[in-house]
Design a protein. Sequence first.
Length: 366
Amino acid sequence: MKQFIAFVKKEFYHILRDPRTMLILIGMPIVQILLFGFAISTEVKNVQTAILTSSTDVDTRHIIDRIDASEYFTVKYVVHSPEELNQLFRKNKIELGIAFPAQLNRQRFDSENIQIIADATDPNLAITRGNYANGIIATAQAELQQVGIQHPSLVIHTKLLYNPQMQSAYNFVPGIMGLILMLICAMMTSISIVREKETGTMEILLVSPMNPFFVILSKAVPYFILSIFNLTTILLLSVFVLDVPISGSLGSLLGVSLLFIFVSLALGLLISCVTRTQVAAMLASGMVLMLPTIILSGIIFPIESMPKILQAITCIIPARWYIDIVRKLMIEGVPFAYVWQETGILFIMAIVLIGITTRKFKKRLD
């Protein structure tokens, strides 16, 4: 046990005396969660808008004021010809244009007489912006139409579950938690054993009577402790800065997160065992972990929309299961009984990875 503690202290010293490693371990998670939480957003906000109208009657002015008053659109220009509107689009000064007919108050608000023009270089965003603008215009028209309802009309109400404000942080935070923990844990531990080979201190490990399993475990313990600090920081920033609540059990969320951290550490140690240089280990962890985690874990692209073969490949990506669990526990607020299968898969991955790493760990230098 004394030898194990000594090895853990040795690994801590390696980490603490390297400022670059500490910056990556402590600083990168904070920067990433803030960057992804604020900069990357699918919400419609402050869309630069131009109005094309040849008249400024009361009704037109009312609708324009409604559009400008919303948080979604900012009316920057009011033009009087299609050519002016096209020039604004070509110069990338606007992202949406709304064309009103002359004398709108005489048109009885025929929807075909108001045209919404969107920059469709991003088709999904263009459709979303158009729908938002259409909704605001329809509301403004309803306010202007002073018509008594003679017959009961069908009113459709839409209810949004789990994220009624449609905040993009609710979607990104679970994915970014999985991405940050996977990259930080795996990339840092991927160089731990290789570093011993390059610095010539591997002989100390090889001549020690300690079991290879405990040697590997001693490499993971310092990063495990630092990862707990990172996890706490990410959750605090998510709740108090990004306003993403923890709807489910905090204990279950922490327990599953610690299991995922252990899986990530085991994966990093496996990479460290099979590579010969720190550069190769970093490249392997970056290419083998980062790209599949981003593309195949469901952060950006829905897994259900992928081809069957890619859906099968996603099953071996640990972050895919962790992100599913976080979304259910943190956003949907379901009890742990609804995520025990995903948790079991992560547990099996942890056992398999640490077993393979122990076998790959060599008792002698190559």
